[in-house]
Design a binder for this molecule. Structure first.
Ligand code: ARG
Length: 573
């Protein structure tokens, strides 16, 4: 149990011992450190409930406190201010130096599936794919840190117009392949296509189809055949998807986004018949399509019926999402499924979730949630575009950031520089992306986010590398914090004790912004400490051991939190 939680429990027990019934006590860190480090604010509400004077209650409570609190005083109408006895504080900090879990409170274990990333097969990832990947990956890691079992699934968009685009492009470029020979009688071989070809084909096809209605018609026809699983097109498409997965995976790997599952719309198809059986009693026909009513009496906005089967009998995006829910429940029995998908799909998910509950495709106690996020804007506040107004590719954006950072790293030889620049690039992008509150827009300002000062990835990594370098130079295996020698150190220890509250808040609100802010604060405190003390030149052995202890816990905590953000730390920079 974290120190603060344990202390809150202690206070709770003292209050109960005084004869008052109380549910939760919260220890709030105080902005008036001169009065006390923490404040207890329960006396006023107790006074109301028991018809007593709050100061009297406060007196009664504090008279029972043991030596874990110092400078206990009662302020104003009945605020209890306390300072933590250094002995208790340091005991906990020392036992947490190499044990992060000692600082946090695990939550009740659940199985959580996280649907994030959402890439579409055969198309390059664009900047719009960045937020769902980064936020999803980090929410997943946050949940894991707090004791959850998590399963991440990319839910690949592998059914759609892309299939027709790709196959018609292959036909155009390689018309002699057996797939296009109407008289071909043999067994169709596996389609050979490279990642490079794939990268080239989609944009070419899409440009051509835009200008050429005949081509578009052909794309539509082939897409419909693939959707109906007609050979050889269906198998060709599946071969294309496999190759495409490889290149998509490379981009996600670069961003440290690791999916446990690479399922998608295609892999959900085999669950469609069973899903429809469950849905059948709730569906009715409307203009030839099969739909489910999902509106509720208290809806403020109209929630239209969800189309499950189109009028031509084909499945659509929603059918595949419902079948995916069916499969997830059957295969993994999750307690919750989180959809980290942009805000434009909010109404859609509301419809899908309602249909799933209404038809009992999922039990009521399985929590389906859509965690949407703000849009990525350029420095002008408008949705991010390339200079010529197009949709920017994710790789292009990554390269821009990397180039900018490399120009700032001049101390290293080329091979090292590249490795460091990669780690730094990921840190820059992720920190910037995860810093705003989840539902606020994210402004991509390349100068600001690559700066080594301010709330940026480079600033945090620079601080981490600085700590590591002092630890390496000091090369001490023996470290323990013997005493608190300055106010800055005190602030650092108190900050460390607050980590559990911060993580729980981040988890409850599903935002990484608190983790980023916390890391920034911790780094700033460290840099303040660094300006005040020369650790390596310290001649007092006890002080030096304490400082090394402080550096170790700072580094370890920083490392763990950066790991939640899926940011690695370079050895030097
Ligand atoms: N591929 C989809 C898109 O580009 C996102 C998938 C989100 N996940 C889901 N289960 N629908 O919009």
């Amino acid at each position: 149990m974290s120190f603060l939680k344990e202390t809150e429990k202690y206070i709770h027990d003292v209050i109960a011992e005084c004869g008052y019934d109380i549910e939760n006590v919260s220890l709030e860190s105080s902005s008036r450190r001169d009065l006390g480090e923490f404040q207890i604010n329960v006396c006023m509400s107790l006074a109301k409930r028991y018809g007593k004077n709050p100061r009297e209650i406060a007196d009664q409570i504090v008279s029972k406190f043991d030596d874990r609190f110092l400078n206990v005083n009662i302020a104003g109408p009945g605020f209890i201010n306390v300072t933590i006895n250094e002995k208790y504080l340091l005991d906990r900090i020392n036992s947490s130096i190499d044990n992060f879990d000692n600082l946090i409170d695990k939550l009740e274990k659940k199985t959580i599936m996280v649907d994030y990333g959402g890439a579409n097969a055969a198309k390059a990832l664009h900047v719009g794919h960045m937020r769902p990947a980064n936020i999803g990956e980090s929410l997943k890691r946050l949940a894991e840190t707090l004791g959850m079992k998590t399963i991440g699934d990319v839910h690949l968009g592998d059914i759609g117009r892309q299939s027709g685009m790709l196959i018609t492009e292959i036909k155009k470029r390689k018309p002699d392949l057996c797939y296009f020979d109407l008289n071909y009688k043999g067994k169709y071989p596996k389609l050979e296509i490279t990642e490079e070809e794939l990268g080239e084909y989609y944009p070419a096809a899409s440009n051509d189809a835009k200008e050429n209605p005949e081509r578009m018609e052909e794309v539509r026809k082939i897409t419909a055949l693939v959707d109906k699983e007609v050979e050889p097109y269906f198998s060709m498409w599946k071969d294309i998807v496999e190759v495409s997965k490889k290149s998509i995976k490379k981009s996600y790997d670069y961003l440290n986004c690791n999916f446990d599952l690479w399922e998608g719309e295609l892999s959900s198809l085999k669950y469609v018949p069973d899903t429809l059986k469950v849905l059948e009693p709730y569906m009715y026909e409307s203009e030839g399509a099969k739909v489910i009513d999902v509106k509720k009496d208290d809806d403020k906005l109209e929630v239209p019926p969800l189309i499950v089967i189109k009028n031509d009998g084909a499945t659509i995006y929603a059918t595949r999402d419902l079948a995916t829910i069916y499969a997830r429940v059957k295969l993994y029995n999750p307690d919750e499924i989180w959809y980290v998908v942009d805000a434009r799909q909010s109404l859609y998910f509301e419809q899908v979730f309602r249909a799933a509950y209404k038809s009992h495709l999922v039990r009521d106690d399985v929590k389906l949630s859509h965690y949407w996020f703000g849009t990525m804007n350029g420095s002008d506040g408008k949705p991010f575009k390339t200079r010529d107004g197009g949709v920017a590719s994710l790789n292009g954006l990554i390269n821009d950031v990397k180039t900018k950072l490399i120009s700032k790293l001049d101390k290293y030889d080329e091979s090292e520089k590249d490795k460091i620049a990669d780690i730094l690039t990921v840190a820059t992008i992720k920190f910037a992306d995860l810093l705003p509150y989840r539902t606020t827009d994210f402004i991509f300002d390349i100068d600001k986010i690559t700066s080594f000062e301010g709330k940026t990835g480079p600033y945090v990594l620079y601080t981490m590398v600085r700590i590591k370098s002092i630890l390496n130079k000091a090369n001490m295996n023996k470290y323990s914090i013997h005493s608190v020698y300055s106010e800055t150190e005190k602030s650092i220890y108190i900050k460390l004790l607050e980590i559990s509250k911060m993580l729980n808040k981040a988890y409850n609100e599903k935002t990484l912004s608190y983790v980023c802010e916390y890391l920034f604060d911790l780094c700033s405190l460290f840099n303040k400490f660094y300006g005040e003390r020369s650790v390596l030149n310290e001649t007092d052995e006890l002080k030096k051991e304490s400082y090394i202890g402080l550096l170790n816990i700072m580094y370890n905590v920083g490392y763990k939190l950066l790991n939640i953000l899926a940011i690695g730390v370079p050895e030097k920079m």
